[in-house]
Unconditional design. Structure first.
Length: 561
């Protein structure tokens, strides 16, 4: 069928192309949906970005609200769970949603994820106890996992591969911008007399409602894949088995044990304590069993070997894991450095990290345009670790007396490095996988992104705490325990004036040791970048046999004649 004869309506489903649905190749064009002049198309795209921005913002917005929350519930011992409960469930359920999107309609799964996220946000905002807030954060993380996978999948279906870099780059920018603006927005809500910390969660409700309305009325997707079409004929047991319940049963305790061990080890408990050793052993045993299950049951695996062992996918996962860990360490401890070493408020500290945001966003846009122009994403992936490691290394030289020109310049260099690789790794995975496996590949990329933060933020905390104790122990007559248990902004209240400069130097030193960790992680990204295959997003893959692509190629041949 001539491509010129294909209908342009998003609602048409009678052509041979559409019967391929999402089971066809990721290089398929989707002319029925990709209409830049359609208001519905742009409403859907904008709602995807807003939803993704909210779930990314939710990771960091609570940072400056924690003191007020602990005052409300008298729950200092629960501080760590307010952040980790969200990131942990988000990381754990990302692979599961990869399987769900593979077998169930994208539109309805995405809407269900938004509803869950909204309900959990309402629970967090109205939480009467600390325990209720933690449960709400955990449920919000599950909804966020579904939204993150679904938003990318909707763009994958609506936008052809060769046009995708610019569209997907905005997800990376939303992630970076929200990570830095989160503490600022949280500080504004917390400090405002008319509002409280509860609005850090209520803010999600109107935006989520807008997203639901847009998706319900405007989103029209191609005919479901063969796997989705066969689903109604299956029994309930068969449907459940497709979601890899056995793998999930070992995967969840494995990741929970690892994160808890890294969060508690060296701080709450000694590394040699029975609890930490037990957690690490549990992680090792359950993770090995999980791998065995995935290899033995590849057809229903949420991390099938054909996906994770793909050279480009595995390398991109490693790249993203290191990049996310380095970035989260930089964002967390830049805010602490500004507050402790330079005496800034939480809101002012967030404002001072704007250079990192601006450089990340602008670089992401430029890289997306260049990638779309040249057709290759590997150059950006090779550039990212070089600039990011240098930038993070320079951040490790900061001192309390460092001027604005210094910390702005170092942030800009690091932001350029992060922005260069923000979405290139995800694009690499989408390029080499068939569309049937794109949901799984996308889920794995977001899983390692969340896991990188969940693992390396506690590692950074260990580096920070040990470095701070080491530095403070060298100050004669100083009560180290009091300093460690004092918030970064309250140092002047408990430290004698003649010792304040030394304590600030110690805090600055401890923060900059974490930046060295970030530099090492950034440098490791080069290993993943070097292993990714050089494939053009402008060319169809060897597996591309879809009617859409064939028609497109025939159209080009006719034009050449």
């Amino acid at each position: 069928m001539d491509s010129a004869k294909r209908p342009a309506s998003t609602k048409s489903s009678n052509t041979a192309d559409e019967t391929k649905g999402i089971s066809s190749n990721p290089h398929d064009s989707v002319p029925e949906a990709y209409n830049l002049r359609s208001p519905s198309f742009w409403l859907v795209i904008i709602s995807m970005y807003l939803a993704f921005f909210l779930i990314a913002l939710d990771r960091m917005i609570i940072a400056t609200a924690v003191p007020a929350i602990t005052n409300t519930f008298n729950s200092i011992s629960d501080i760590g769970w307010y952040g980790s409960a969200y990131m942990l469930t988000c990381a754990i359920f990302n692979p599961l949603f990869g399987s769900i999107y593979r077998f169930y309609p994208i539109k309805w799964v995405f809407m269900a994820s938004v509803v869950l996220f909204e309900a959990a946000s309402a629970l967090c905002g109205a939480a009467p106890t600390s325990e209720a807030l933690i449960v709400g954060r955990a449920l919000a993380g599950i909804g966020a996992a579904g939204i993150s996978c679904g938003a990318i999948m909707i763009v994958v279906v609506l936008v052809p591969l060769h046009k995708r870099p610019v569209f997907t780059s905005f997800f990376g920018m939303a992630f970076g911008v929200s990570s830095v603006l989160g503490p600022v927005v949280g500080g504004i809500f917390t400090d405002a007399r008319q509002l409280t910390w509860r609005w850090c969660f209520y803010i999600n409700l109107p935006v989520g409602a807008f997203t639901l309305l847009v998706i319900f009325f405007c989103l029209r997707l191609p005919t479901p894949s063969s796997a989705q079409q066969a689903l109604p004929k299956l029994s309930f047991t068969a449907k459940v088995s497709r979601l890899d319940p056995l793998g999930l049963a070992f995967f969840v305790p494995s990741i929970v044990s690892l994160v808890l061990a890294l969060q508690w080890g060296g701080t709450t408990y000694a590394w040699s304590s029975p609890k930490i050793v037990g957690l690490l052993v549990t992680f090792a045993v359950t993770f090995v069993i999980f791998l065995v299950v995935e290899f033995k049951l590849p057809d229903t695996a949420m991390a099938p070997p054909r996906v994770v062992l793909n050279r480009s996918v595995g390398a991109s996962m490693f790249f993203t894991f290191m990049s996310s860990g380095a970035m989260m360490c930089a964002i967390y401890y830049l805010a602490i450095w500004f507050q402790a070493a330079q005496g800034q408020s939480a809101m002012q500290a967030g404002i001072r990290t704007i250079p990192l945001v601006v450089s990340l966003v602008l670089t992401g846009i430029v890289i997306a345009v260049v990638t779309q122009k040249i057709g290759y994403y590997v150059p950006a992936m090779l550039l990212a670790p070089v600039l990011a490691s240098i930038g993070s290394g320079l951040l490790s030289t900061l001192a309390p007396a460092s001027g604005a020109g210094t910390w702005i310049g170092y942030q800009v260099l690091y932001g350029v490095g992060v922005g260069a690789g923000a979405q290139s790794a995800t694009l690499a995975a989408q390029t080499v996988l068939s569309r049937e496996d794109v949901p799984l590949g996308t889920a794995m990329m977001f899983f390692v992104q969340q896991l990188g933060g969940a693992i390396f933020v506690p590692v950074g905390q260990n580096v920070f705490a040990s470095s701070l104790v080491k530095k403070l122990s060298g100050i004669a007559g100083l009560h180290t325990d009091i300093i460690i248990n004092t918030g970064a902004t309250d140092l002047k209240k408990v430290v004698p004036a003649h010792e304040l400069a030394s304590v600030l130097d110690a805090y600055s030193y401890a923060c900059t040791r974490v930046f060295i960790l970030g530099a090492a992680l950034s440098a490791c990204m080069i290993l993943g970048a070097a292993a990714v295959e050089w494939k053009s997003i402008k060319k169809g893959s060897p597996h591309d046999t879809s009617a859409a692509v064939k028609d497109e190629e025939e159209g080009h041949m006719e034009a050449e004649k």
